[in-house]
Ligand binder design. Structure first.
Ligand SMILES: *Cc1c(COP(=O)(O)O)cnc(C)c1O
Length: 421
């Protein structure tokens, strides 16, 4: 496991010399400290406390000798103390990547324009014609769609295997398999995968493993510590935490991430510096926000489970959840997303969604505002009830993504709304 650093150079485009950097603490700091200081580097331009938003498409050179020095350094020493063009790096983006790497316990992180840009660019970078990959079901719908309908056009095949069936995952591996992709916890049923077991399967067969850990955040779960090769997050969700930007990020060992970085420079789905700044700002409160969302998750799920109008609650913090045991072993908190089935049909669930006053009706999750939605009317609307059922989406299913409001208010709100169902 790489050692976690609090203060590192602004990897890529540093604005300080190394003797100006603060000394490293001896042990891995707590998550709250890492969220505030992780990956930081001081001083910044103009001695600002915050990292400046460097809005530039390109970078200048003093003269041609300066340019030639830069090109030689880049070509022959792999040095990245500056860059020449915005697609190849940005100081605000580099500072944000350094903080996420510190939180994930990774050597490096790489930001993308969105979570899906991260998923698609990573898969296109790691796979080539005749390769095979494995993905577990109950995965983010667009990721599944990309693997089944898009990668197949390039001669890359994909097996979908049932979440939690480790024998089936191992049995699906062929000599052409290069990658196993899974999520933990999943959407919408919050299924939790035994990460150590998956990492062992990958290592045994020399197949890379990638976990979309968006629902957990590095506060609740760090897949790299269990031997997973790459961890991916939609930074649109908890990492930024304010529902005001889109980004994606992948973390892992330096050689793997460097390879992905070179591919990103060609494919071009880079994050813009302003979005990177919003993410960097949001990250500072990540540990606080997630602690509150964990607490809200426990309290609201316990309330829902004892209500007669609720048929079933899916929350990994509840002993009734099928993966509670592994979640308790592998995670330090159970997150802020709860799915539940309202007793009755699609209309009954809609009555509840319409009657709540605090959660807003919207897709997404992880922000400070609580959101509520019926998957049957949101992500799966184009499909018939039968088609939805075939992928496990019931009409009466409601997904709540808790924000950081007071649990007592959220519960009182649900109580009045349930009376209206
Ligand atoms: C939202 C989400 C994505 C896609 O991320 P975007 O930032 O919306 O592109 C991928 N995986 C999971 C688990 C998500 O929740």
């Amino acid at each position: 496991m790489p050692t976690t650093t609090l203060y590192v150079p602004l990897g890529g485009l540093e604005t300080v010399t190394s003797d100006e950097m603060r000394s490293q603490p001896a042990h891995r700091p707590g998550e709250g400290t890492l969220a505030v200081h992780g990956g930081g580097s001081y001083p910044h331009a103009h001695h600002a406390l915050t990292v400046p938003i460097v809005e530039t498409a390109t970078y200048t050179f003093r003269d041609t000798a300066d340019l030639v020095d830069f090109m030689d350094a880049r070509l022959w020493q792999g040095s990245r103390t500056r860059t020449e063009y915005g697609r190849y790096g940005n100081p605000t983006v580099a500072a944000t990547e350094a903080k996420i790497a510190a939180l994930d316990g990774a050597e490096q992180s790489l930001l993308y324009a969105s979570g899906m840009a991260a998923v698609t660019t990573v898969l296109l970078s790691m796979l080539r014609a005749s390769n095979h990959m494995i993905i577990t079901d109950d995965a983010y719908r667009r990721t599944r769609q990309f693997c089944k309908n898009f990668l197949s056009r390039f001669g890359i095949s994909c097996s979908v295997v049932q979440m939690g069936d480790y024998e089936a995952i191992e049995a699906a591996i062929t000599p052409d398999t290069r990658l196993i992709v899974s999520e933990s916890p999943t959407n919408p049923y919050l299924r939790v995968l035994d990460l150590e077991r998956l990492a062992q399967i990958g290592r045994r067969h020399k197949v890379r493993t990638l976990i979309d850990s968006t629902f957990a955040t590095p506060i609740n779960q760090r897949p790299l510590e269990f031997g997973i090769d790459l961890v991916l997050h939609s930074a649109t969700k908890y990492l930024s935490g304010h529902n005001d930007m889109l980004a994606g990020v992948v973390s892992g060992a330096a050689d793997l991430i460097e390879g992905l970085r070179q591919q990103l420079w060609v494919m071009g789905a880079v994050v813009n510096p302003h979005a990177a700044y919003l993410l960097l700002r949001g990250l500072k409160t990540l540990a606080l926000r997630v602690a509150r969302q964990n607490e809200n998750g426990m309290r609201v799920s316990a309330f829902l489970e004892q209500n007669a109008k609720i048929e079933r609650v899916w929350y990994p913090g509840l002993p009734s959840h099928p993966d509670h045991e592994i979640a308790a072993r592998q995670m330090t908190g159970f997150g802020g997303v709860i799915s539940f089935e309202v007793r009755g049909d699609l209309k009954a669930a809609s009555r509840l969604v319409d009657a709540v006053r605090i959660p807003l009706i919207a897709p997404s999750l992880g922000g400070v505002e609580s959101l509520i939605e019926q998957p049957a009317l949101m992500s799966y609307y184009e499909q018939s009830t039968a088609e939805r059922l075939s992928v496990g989406i019931k009409d009466n299913l409601v997904r709540m993504a808790l924000g950081i409001e007071d649990a007592a208010d959220l519960i009182a709100d649900l109580e009045q709304a349930l009376a209206a169902v």
